[in-house]
Design a protein around this ligand. Structure first.
Ligand SMILES: [Zn+2]
Length: 255
């Protein structure tokens, strides 16, 4: 997987990062990441993963581009209203970086297909707009011991969590079961820059893990990153492992 002269130029600013170098770039080139949801969170995540030189990107979405998506879903553009989001995403990402192998999955992630669909990938970006899919991805990634980033957004606020099963707390450590009756962006909207920040943060965590720059927290604690748009405050809350969580059996000190 030695870099070509052209790749050395394309990724010059990656290669200069202390602790990253050619080894980090080659790790990214050999890696595969599945982005589930090609909307507000998936757009920046997929763009930055492709730009960084991830070898293979899976792209999962069954929707078509709508005019009301374009205020935040920057993978897509006005000419593509009515086009399948996976097709639009492939066009945008191939134009950005032809090095990346793109695997479109024009389907909705379900309990029946999630295991087989995610099995091929080294890591997952959860970029869905509903709690059922977020918890489904959590559970499948725990089963497959696969790292994943998850995020939620509403109005002017959002949060993100990166999970390495057995090394950091999972979504069910934070929220044990699927919340019911919570408002969504269909109720209170969302400013496009909010998923822009949180989706970028998801890509950041996954790239750091793939490049070998990620470290588990002390005592296995995780970090929930939050953006509060009311004050434009960014904060990180320490998340402990939860006793009795489905992820508990994956820890090396599991009893
Ligand atoms: Zn857990």
């Amino acid at each position: 997987l030695a870099l070509t002269a052209e790749q050395r130029e394309r990724y010059a600013r990656n290669l200069l990062i202390p602790g990253f170098g050619e080894a980090g770039q080659e790790r990214l080139a050999g890696a595969s990441v599945c982005v589930v949801g090609l909307g507000g969170l998936g757009s920046p995540a997929a763009f930055y993963l492709a730009a960084a030189g991830i070898g293979t990107l899976g792209l999962v979405d069954s929707d078509v581009v709508e005019l009301s998506n374009l205020q935040r879903q920057v993978l897509h553009d006005t000419d593509r209203v009515g086009m399948a989001k996976v097709t639009s995403a492939v066009q945008s990402l191939a134009a950005l970086n032809p090095d990346v192998r793109l695997r479109p999955h024009d389907e909705r992630l379900t309990r029946d297909n999630a295991g087989a669909l995610l099995a091929d990938y080294d890591a997952v970006i959860e970029a869905c707009d509903n709690f059922e899919s977020k918890f489904l991805i959590n559970d499948v990634c725990l089963e497959q011991r696969k790292p994943f980033a998850t995020a939620g957004i509403l109005a002017l606020s959002g949060h993100a969590l990166f999970v390495v099963p057995g090394q950091s707390p999972c979504l069910r450590c934070v929220t044990p079961s699927v919340p019911q009756g919570e408002p969504t962006t269909s109720d209170f909207g969302v400013l496009g820059v909010v998923p822009g920040m949180l989706g970028s943060l998801e890509a950041f965590e996954v790239i750091r893990w793939l490049a070998g720059l990620w470290q588990p927290g002390a005592d296995g604690a995780g970090a929930l990153h939050s953006v509060d748009g009311g004050t434009v405050r960014l904060k990180t809350v320490k998340i402990p492992r939860r006793r009795g969580c489905p992820c508990a059996g994956l820890w090396s000190d599991a009893q």
